[in-house]
Design a protein around this ligand. Structure first.
Ligand code: GAR
Length: 208
């Protein structure tokens, strides 16, 4: 089977959407074999336990460097023959220890239309900037901050006078819909990568 590991640090609404899709057999046959989490108190941990998914928990402060904990994560991934790393609100930069071996096999979801508003608090950045159109992006992870090749994007049109809470809710809604679809494309071998150009090969439903 196609085996994925989800990395998350927080609420885990995207993790939940992926776990629910897997349970409904809507993840292209992919199986979530591990949650990697850097925050023992994060709500996502309870979600994984509820779904019967193994958790690798760690605290960055227990390690001398990022490379040190990433080597441990890499060993956990190798042990479980993970095919794809799915970052879902994992709020840490990755080093070459994980980025290099998983080049083309690690994806991230970001709550803006990249390359606009990379980094933290992207929804707030876009709102404060006054954009009329925003959205969410799924991209491959490279060494930069939200810079890797784009796989899928969906838009949210900001209504006149709309508040940030409402925009946030709508962006989270499209994320939870698009991320399981993108993972299912990977699991079905429909993703072709040529430099920055990512193509989704013919699929019954290839719209995120
Ligand atoms: C999501 O909106 C995701 O796009 C964002 O964190 C949220 C996690 O929510 N990620 C980033 O901002 C990455 N730079 P969740 O824990 O409920 O899935």
């Amino acid at each position: 089977s196609y085996r994925i590991a989800v990395f998350a640090s927080g609420q885990g609404s995207n993790f939940q959407a992926l776990a629910d899709a897997a349970a409904r057999n809507e993840l292209g046959g992919a199986e979530i074999v591990l949650l990697v989490c850097d925050k023992p108190m994060a709500p996502v941990v309870a979600r994984a336990e509820q779904a019967g998914i193994e958790v690798f928990l760690f605290q960055p402060k227990d390690y001398p460097s990022r490379e040190d904990y990433e080597r441990e994560i890499a060993a956990e991934l190798t042990k479980r023959s993970v095919d794809l790393i799915v970052l879902a609100g994992y709020m840490r930069l990755l080093t070459s220890v994980l980025v290099e071996p998983y080049a083309g096999q690690m994806i991230n979801i970001h709550p803006s239309l990249l390359p606009a508003f990379p980094g933290v608090r992207a929804i707030e950045q876009a709102y404060n900037y006054g954009v009329k159109l925003t959205g969410a992006t799924v991209h491959l992870v490279d060494g930069g901050m939200d810079t890797g090749p784009i796989i899928a994007q969906r838009t949210v049109t900001i209504e006149e006078g709309e508040g940030i809470a409402s925009i946030e809710e709508r962006i989270h809604g499209i994320e939870q819909c698009m991320y399981p679809k993108v993972v299912s494309w990977f699991a079905q071998g429909l993703i072709q990568i040529e430099g920055r150009k990512v193509t989704v090969l013919h699929a019954p439903s290839s719209k995120a």
